[in-house]
Design a protein around this ligand. Structure first.
Ligand code: NAI
Ligand code: HPV
Length: 526
């Protein structure tokens, strides 16, 4: 039975799903050294933001097939190393959107009305109404940095509260911003015009330290900043200095450069700074959502099914995947086939989508073709996650072409591998029942289903050659399941494709190449 380690607190709903297919060990708050010590025996790891899934953890996890992040941000996981190791990383892109957006609004209003300090004063049996005169958000400018899922929901709520919305997000269209009632502006304008600024970006090299002393200097003394996205996007010392100096009005933070927050200048700044301990996703509803979402994906991957929100399998979203699954199988089979025909070191793969297939996304088919191509060399170490990287590292150039014109079949896929031993090509199609047919080899028309053991010859079309090959195989006790010859002109060049019931014994191939008229022969094992 597969083993799953859950190393952060997750909702029981997730544990229940995982338990259907695996032994689940629930060990929240595991120290790094213990995690490294026990990870070798696990097939899957499920975390939230608490566990740092470092290169050391991933390298130690020799059996790991999937790392699940019950939430959005995967910045606590070394995704490039996981990808390199062929480990799928999944998250829950939408499970906590509402929770994080509502926490943002709660932080903005709490800051404006000094609710935490006002509460504390009443708890302390004071009745100080003068100290807690706040500000309204109505008709104020809210600058949203990052107009993705959470930023968009914040925009919708803020709009309903009568705020005026500015947004900065270089990857969002004007139309989308318009729909959300946001004016897209550059960062400097957002900094200088906003009364409230809220951050909803991932932590990347571009967003790290985005709000530094220079940015803070551009803001109004009445500006209040909310950060429920990621620590490190705001420079905490610069922020504390700006609040202390009164060059901005205040800040409400849920996330920090280092968590848990250690010694910090952000503490003790009175009602103008509110700090929560990374609570954005901490609602009952969000925790059920993310735990269910990610546990289902871990379960599926352990059962050999695809994940719907893999962050390191480009272009394979669930609907695409479902629709393309038979074509991915076709691409993988053809990749495997052409890789074996080409042999040697391959430096280029051309992937050609013909007919109806030309309207499909090519990237998943390219990845599947590469997976097939590399499977002889890498066996089970190559998968959809690392096929592109492995190919790139081996210097395999990929060329994609599309041709919507329809020939003999409504849609076909052709792969041509170019390598140290020459170039070979195969074309295949899917029949009505999703059965794979190889329809050409090196440009010669054939019509054969792929089989476990195959023999291909390139030869001169001449009388007697088929009989000779048949007898030769018979003399080695190899049974032929089917045989096909493809040629373009009578007595010209031709290919022969044989499906065999048995693997070819050593030495037979060289005997075959000695037969008169045979130019080359290749065995293929699929
Ligand atoms: N405090 C908490 O507990 C939670 C925090 N988060 C964090 O909130 C953030 C946003 O999450 P989602 O909205 O779900 O992500 P998302 O991917 O839907 O949106 C992120 C947006 O940021 C934009 N963006 C990327 N780089 C940018 C840049 N350099 N400048 C401006 N915009 C940029 C993207 O175009 C995208 O529209 C993430 O960092 C996530 O980890 C999410 C959930 C809970
Ligand atoms: O989903 C995210 O990105 C979050 O930051 C939530 O973090 P958490 O799962 O609460 O540790």
């Amino acid at each position: 039975m597969a083993k799953v380690l859950v190393s952060d607190p997750i909702d029981q709903a997730g544990i229940d799903i995982l338990s259907q297919v695996a032994q689940v060990d629930y060990k929240p708050k595991l120290p790094l050294d213990e995690l490294v010590a026990i990870i070798p025996s696990y097939d899957a790891l499920m975390v939230r933001s608490g566990t740092k899934v470092t290169a050391e953890v991933i390298e130690a996890g020799t059996e790991l097939k999937i790392i699940g992040r019950a939430g959005v941000g995967v910045d606590n996981i070394d995704v490039p190393i996981a990808t390199r190791r062929g480990i799928v990383v999944v998250n829950s892109p939408e499970g906590n959107t509402i929770a994080a957006a509502e926490h943002t609004i709660a932080m903005m209003l709490s800051l404006s009305r000094m609710i935490p300090d006002a509460n504390q004063s009443v708890q302390a049996e004071q009745w100080d109404r003068k100290r807690f005169v706040g500000a309204e958000v109505y008709k104020k400018n809210l600058g949203i940095v990052g107009l993705g899922k959470i930023g968009s929901h914040v925009a919708a709520i803020a709009r309903a509260m009568g705020m005026r919305l500015l947004a900065y997000d270089p990857f969002i269209s004007l139309e989308r911003a318009d729909q959300l009632g946001c004016r897209l502006v550059d960062l400097d304008l957002l900094f200088s015009e906003s009364d409230y600024i809220t951050l909803h970006v991932p932590k990347t090299p571009e967003t790290e330290n985005l709000i530094d002393a220079d940015a803070l200097a551009k803001m109004k003394p009445t500006t209040r900043i909310v950060n429920c996205s990621r620590g490190g996007i705001i420079n905490e010392d610069a922020l504390a200095a700006a609040v202390t100096a009164g060059t901005i009005a205040g800040a409400a933070l849920d996330v920090y450069a280092t968590e848990p927050l250690g010694a910090s200048k952000l503490r003790g700044l009175g009602p103008n700074v509110i700090l929560t301990p990374h609570l954005g996703a901490s609602t009952a509803e969000a925790q059920v959502n993310v735990a269910t979402d990610v546990a289902e994906q871990i379960r599926d991957v352990l059962l050999g099914l695809p994940a719907r929100s893999a962050v390191n399998i480009p272009g394979l979203n669930p609907s695409v995947l479902e629709q393309m699954r038979p074509f991915l199988q076709l691409a993988e089979t053809l990749g495997n086939l052409v890789g074996q025909l080409a042999g040697g070191r391959i430096d280029q793969l051309t992937v050609r989508l013909q007919g109806e297939l030309a309207s499909s996304q090519s990237q998943p088919l390219v990845v599947a073709s590469l997976k097939g191509l590399l499977s002889q060399a890498l066996r089970e170490r190559v998968n959809y996650v690392n096929a592109s990287i492995e190919a790139k590292e081996r210097g395999i150039r990929v060329i994609e072409t599309k041709d919507a014109s329809v020939h003999d079949y409504s849609g076909s896929l052709s792969l041509e591998a170019h390598g140290s031993l020459g170039a070979h090509s195969v074309t295949g199609v899917l029949l009505g029942d999703n059965e794979i047919r190889v329809t050409s080899v090196n440009g010669f028309p054939v019509n054969v289903p792929p089989s476990n053991y195959m023999l291909f010859t390139l030869h001169r079309d001449m009388p007697g050659i088929i009989g000779k090959i048949g007898s030769l195989l018979g003399s080695f006790n190899v049974n032929i399941a089917s045989m096909q010859v493809g040629r373009k002109i009578v007595r010209g060049e031709a290919v022969m494709v044989l499906s065999l019931d048995d693997p070819l014994p050593d030495g037979v191939l060289s005997e075959i190449t000695k037969v008169e008229g045979i130019r080359d022969a290749y065995t293929v094992k699929l």
